[in-house]
Write a protein that binds this ligand. Sequence first.
Ligand code: ADP
Ligand code: MG
Length: 265
Amino acid sequence: MKEPKIIAIANQKGGVGKTTTAINLAAALVESGQKVMLIDLDPQGNASTGLGIEPDQRDMTTYDLLIEDAPVSAVLHKTEIEGLYLCPATTDLSSADMELVSTEKRSYLLHDALRHPDVDAYEFDYILIDCPPSLSLLTVNAMVAAHSVLVPLQAEFFALEGLSQLMLTIREIRQSANRSLRIEGVVLTMYDVRNNLSQQVEADARATLGELVFRTMIPRNVRVSEAPSYAMPVLSYDSASRGAVAYRALATELVSRHAAVKKGA
Ligand code: ADP
Ligand code: MG
């Protein structure tokens, strides 16, 4: 039986490219023949909108998965892209954060939902989780459920500042609920080669984090930011754009790293 690799895409800062990376990495993995589920874990629901699932279509959502014990089959939407499935979110997910505080096993809700036999039947290769811009219980649920955390880092001043808090949270989760949680890697986003600051952030990130930083960097590219308003990944919107090419390269790098880990290299 196939065990999907579960990756939480997290950074408590907003606007760093989490949702963009979730959508486009998912699309690039699908393009390379993987079957992927994307879980929208942000009450803002940007990943859901970006993949063309309108609010009035979201009758069952991640909220139901976490709080109402709804089976994944009742919540999942097929998207326009064959092989890409979405678990959508609406604003009611923000109240889940409050409700979770009073539940026992509150950090394990997503973990348990994703280990249900119902999920096995889909035979997903990857499950990506688009986290909200906080280190709330929702993000904790993602990290407890995941095998690894992928961190988008916007190539701008102060980018590295918030990282220590994130790393601390990952360490705490390793010590409590999820011993084997790995850091998948840090991906530089909105990178601008003509900008000295981008290069400075890259140099700092590589010096501090070493191998954790993906070789692939995502350039700032207007096609990337336009794609969500057409409700599609940039890979579909403009397949040859620099953004699409970069997300394909990121998917290739991610998959080859997994292959290397498997071989024990
Ligand atoms: P987050 O989910 O971390 O809050 P988003 O993925 O929503 O961040 O990105 C924030 C904004 O930056 C969005 O308007 C998005 O379109 C834009 N953006 C993200 N990545 C790029 C990129 N590579 N090039 C241009 N714009 C981008
Ligand atoms: Mg987002």
